[in-house]
Design a protein around this ligand. Structure first.
Ligand code: AMP
Length: 400
């Protein structure tokens, strides 16, 4: 990575303003649900504390649309973080203003302050506000710290105030350990993958993953396509797909992808059989078909033969990237294909990288996450890296 990291800066007796991604689910009881993202930020926070600095943390949570709303408060995160760090994490009820300014000014070495949700201010995302207003907001944030660290990989694809504007106020803007790790795994793997390199792409639609597919086309040896997007390919090939999800306006693109794969010597594998249902429901009647899908039925998952073929290709890989489920895995009868791929990826003895919320939750649900080389904490950001795009949150940091 060509950006300075947290170990390149002096944090002793310094207030470190750190952008983290604490966008975690909040339970109906008001506690933290999946705390993966909080745990992922701990190494950077502890590093600063150990080196004699203090930390002012800022994050967003959910989509409060630029106004304070209690259900998106970061307060439960402060409680969870206090437990994890074993210290009392202070909490400011706004990210800017008199209270937050006083609290960050009073912060002593070894202490941590968490600011309330950045997105309670429209200036964070910059929607409906002028560039000057966003800059003024970023300056108020910047006043909380003397050095800046970005460890919010999950949000690094957004050019928001706390990531791409606040950085103008600092001489040193460094990447935290999580951001560094994510970039190193994903970007480095994409740059120089050990071969055979297999990409497994699934999810609802081609349109959501097209840039990933195009960017991977000259890098991978095999491209395994599952999930709803497969049916657009089938329809474009002139096959009957019943009521399966598809995008008519992407059929030409599907044919182009197939042609590109052929021209690039990429093995493109589509499902050879499908689990179909007579309704989009967990209670649907189920059949397994090869070839056409009859009217009144829709493709819900990859079939058993496809699972075997995909498993064999994955088993021979030296590098695997997986993004997107193979079927409607949220419904138990249609989770088999996604689970089979999760197992195959976990069982390979190769570099395995999983990005995208659904594939990550599938692998965790299967209890196989400990067998994966790298599970990305940011679906959108990892997709953009896989698309070959630059991340604004990373670009804004100081060059090495
Ligand atoms: P994405 O966000 O594009 O990765 O899509 C994930 C969603 O695709 C999940 O909610 C799946 O239920 C859905 N999905 C996967 N396969 C199918 C399918 N065959 N038909 C409809 N939806 C699907």
């Amino acid at each position: 990575m060509n950006k300075i990291t947290i170990t390149d800066i002096d944090v002793q007796d310094k207030k470190v303003l750190m952008r983290v991604d604490f966008n975690v689910p909040i339970t109906p009881e008001g506690g933290v649900g999946d705390d993966t993202r909080i745990s992922a930020a701990i190494p950077s926070i502890e590093y600063v504390l150990k080196k004699g600095g203090s930390v002012v943390l800022m994050s967003h949570l959910g989509r409060p649309k630029g106004k304070p709303s209690p259900e998106f408060s970061l307060k439960p995160v402060a409680a969870d973080l206090s437990k994890k760090l074993g210290i009392d994490v202070k909490f400011a009820s706004d990210c800017v203003g008199a209270e937050a300014t006083q609290m960050s000014a009073d912060l002593k070495a070894g202490e941590v302050l968490l600011l309330e949700n950045l997105r309670f201010h429209a200036e964070e995302e910059g929607k409906g506000v002028s560039a000057e207003e966003q800059e003024a907001f970023a300056k108020q944030l910047a006043a909380h710290g003397e050095v800046y660290v970005n460890d919010a990989f999950g949000t690094a694809h957004r050019a928001h105030a706390s990531m791409a504007v606040v950085t103008k106020s600092f001489k040193d803007c460094a990447a935290g350990f999580l951001l560094e790790k994510e970039i190193n795994y994903l970007a480095k793997t994409l740059e120089a993958p050990e071969k055979p390199f297999v990409a497994i792409i699934g999810g609802a639609k081609i349109s959501g993953k097209i840039d990933v597919i195009l960017n991977l086309m000259d890098k991978v040896d095999s491209l395994l396509i599952g999930g709803g997007m497969a049916y657009t390919f089938f329809k474009a090939m002139g096959r009957k797909i019943g009521g399966s999800i598809h995008e008519d306006d992407k059929m030409e693109l599907a044919l182009k992808i197939m042609k590109d794969a052929e021209n690039n010597g990429v093995q493109l594998l589509l499902p050879v059989d499908n689990v179909i249902g007579d309704a989009f429901s967990a209670d649907a009647n189920i059949r397994i078909v090869e070839g056409d899908i009859p009217d009144g039925w829709e493709g819900m998952d990859i079939g058993p033969k496809t699972r075997e073929i995909f498993t064999d290709v994955i088993a021979d890989a030296k590098t695997v990237i997986w993004n997107g489920p193979m079927g409607c895995f949220e419904m138990a009868p249609f989770a088999g294909g996604t689970n089979a791929v999760a197992t195959a990826v976990a069982e390979t003895n190769c570099v395995s990288i999983i990005g995208g919320g659904d594939s990550v939750s599938a692998i965790k649900k299967a209890g196989l996450d400990h067998l994966i080389t790298h599970i990305s904490t940011g679906g959108g950001a990892s997709l953009e890296l896989m698309e070959g795009k630059a991340l604004p949150g990373l670009e804004a940091l100081t060059d090495k």
